[in-house]
Design a binder for this molecule. Structure first.
Ligand SMILES: *[C@@H]1O[C@H](CO)[C@@H](O)[C@H](O)[C@H]1NC(C)=O
Ligand SMILES: *[C@@H]1O[C@H](CO)[C@@H](O)[C@H](O)[C@H]1NC(C)=O
Ligand SMILES: [Cu+2]
Length: 234
């Protein structure tokens, strides 16, 4: 009886360990993977303009062909609104949209294969800013870039879409950017395929599914596990 009990507790311990490892991941909001970001800080990601990192830092500068460069993120938020923008290093107060805002659903990897550059900025130091608006409010990640002449860059293997990813340009976008023509970005909303619904019903459901809640649940299970372990000792 006692042996059986401790055996099942051992199983729980493994779940506990796995869950604890998963907590930092599930709390990660979103991470910019392509291009190389200025840095990622989970707790500071809500700080504009670059999630707690110095917008002027130039440790790794990505050359961005005017024809387009990929943007790859990993998101733990199921219902996200994205802004893809850039600013000149000499004027970091003024961000310019590279493409219209995007509505995206589904968790995990999300990859825009070709986001066009700004031709009149070729050769100038610039900063890419990716803004995600989801359940946790606005979150920010930046990358040091420089626009260069050239056609669409190739897409690295780590820039890909999770199987449940659905995205479209925000039909309510009124800013200056236009959807790239013939590009491999997100399909314009004028083509077949309904834009992602922003109905409150589904967003409430997604709120419940916010992954950090799983981390919290895991912590509770771990605490219960330890408690049972103590009781089992008697
Ligand atoms: C988050 O921001 C605070 C205050 O600006 C800073 O002290 C801290 O080092 C930052 N944390 C990380 C992990 O970047
Ligand atoms: C990911 O999905 C978006 C939206 O459907 C699409 O535009 C993009 O090309 C896809 N990325 C890849 C790498 O297939
Ligand atoms: Cu989050």
């Amino acid at each position: 009886m006692t042996r059986q009990n401790s055996h099942s507790l051992g199983g729980l311990k493994i779940i506990c360990l796995l869950a604890t490892i998963a907590i930092p991941l599930t709390n990660a909001h979103f991470v910019l993977q392509v291009p190389t970001s200025l840095g990622f800080s989970d707790i500071n990601e809500s700080q504009a303009p670059c999630g707690g990192f110095d917008i002027t830092s130039r440790n790794k500068v990505t050359d961005w062909p005017i024809g387009g460069y990929p943007i790859g993120v990993v998101s733990t938020h199921p219902n996200a609104h994205w802004k893809i923008r850039a600013a000149l290093l000499e004027n970091t107060e003024e961000f310019v949209d590279l493409i219209p805002n995007i509505l995206q659903d589904g968790l995990g990897n999300f990859c825009l294969t070709s986001v066009p550059g700004i031709a009149s900025w070729v050769g100038k130091d610039a900063v890419l800013q990716v803004v995600q608006k989801a359940v946790d409010g606005e979150l920010y990640q930046c990358a040091a870039i420089k626009f260069v002449e050239g056609a669409t860059a190739s897409v690295p293997g780590n820039c890909r879409n999770g199987s449940s990813i659905v995205a479209s340009f925000d039909p309510e976008y009124t800013g200056p950017a236009t959807a790239p023509t013939g590009g491999t970005g997100v399909a314009p909303t004028t083509t077949a395929g309904t834009p992602i619904s922003t109905s409150t019903g589904s967003s409430t459901a997604n709120r419940l599914a916010h992954p950090p809640m799983l981390g919290l649940l895991a912590t509770v299970i771990c605490l219960l596990d330890s408690l049972l372990g103590l009781l089992g000792g008697f």
